[in-house]
Design a protein around this ligand. Structure first.
Ligand code: ATP
Ligand code: MG
Length: 253
């Protein structure tokens, strides 16, 4: 069964179309990237998939179950937020605890009573991300890349089946990008489904089996294998993701 299926999914704000009649399926255990120019609708679509934005039209199914305003309460009660880990594009909007430990422990504290078990989980995931020496630090004092790693750690600590990560490699140094790609690749091999958005073609190639190209007028232009999509120069120009002179810069990416 597919993780998501969308039929004629449309999102409007004050009658302005922000997502225009999207149809797609997200298969279990596969990784997908959303690409499209600034303002094309990637973040909005991810919010909808994450259950954060429910004011959409059309049909959306999560593991075959209808996801909409009327059903979401029930899905939520059944642990939707434990199954789906969502990382905001703007990390500052996501992190709200005082220190790193509490931030990563927030999720597990909702469903684990034993503080020792929580501590064990937090330490495990912190070590993976090299955050163990920052656990008592104030969130506000972290660097951009450290915040990104804390945000990812606070999601992965819940071991969700589906990861929705909005521009997960922003602010990360090149070595950390490869590290995150490795972690996500390993997660995919354990059957997790991953949906990211990115503006970076190297990240696309590292992370996404499939790429969904969104046009500047908010439609899906193409869904295909990432390596094939990246060869389609005209498609990427049409999507306003690159311009005609892109080759000049390609070697710097
Ligand atoms: N609640 C809202 N009210 C008004 N406009 C909105 C709202 N939500 C989204 N938009 C608009 O919808 C469009 C799509 O926004 P979205 O954040 O989804 O784009 P994006 O593809 O993620 O862009 P970026 O690459 O810059 O992150 C933008 O023009 C944005 O201003
Ligand atoms: Mg965005």
């Amino acid at each position: 069964m597919n993780v998501y299926m969308a039929k004629n999914l449309t999102f409007k704000v004050n009658n302005k179309i922000i997502l225009d009649n999207l149809n797609f399926e997200i298969e279990k255990g596969k990784s997908y990237a959303l690409i499209g120019c600034n303002g094309s609708g990637k973040t909005t679509l991810m919010k909808i998939l994450a259950g954060v934005e429910l004011n959409f039209e059309g049909e959306l199914y999560f593991f075959g179950r209808r996801l909409d305003k009327s059903t979401f309460g029930k899905l939520f009660e059944e642990g939707f937020y434990k199954k789906v880990g969502y990382m905001f594009q703007d990390t500052d909007l996501q992190l709200f605890n005082l220190n790193v430990f509490d931030e990563i422990a927030f999720g597990p504290r909702q469903y684990i009573a034993d503080e020792k078990e929580i501590e064990k989980r937090v330490l495990e995931v912190s070590k993976l991300f090299g955050l163990e020496n920052l656990l008592q630090n104030d969130i506000l004092t972290l660097s951009g890349g450290e915040k990104k790693k804390v945000a990812l750690a606070s999601i992965l600590v819940n071991n969700p089946d589906v990861l929705i990560l909005d521009e997960p490699t922003n602010d990360l140094d090149p070595k950390s990008i490869r590290f995150i790609a490795k972690v996500l690749g390993e997660l995919k091999n354990t059957g997790k489904t991953i949906i990211i958005s990115t503006h970076r073609f190297d990240v696309l190639l590292l992370l996404a089996d499939f790429t969904i190209v969104i046009s500047s007028d908010h439609r899906i232009l193409r869904i295909g294998k990432t390596d094939e999509i990246l060869k389609e120069r005209e498609l990427l120009v049409e999507a306003n993701v690159i311009d005609e002179e892109f080759e000049i810069f390609r070697k710097y990416l």
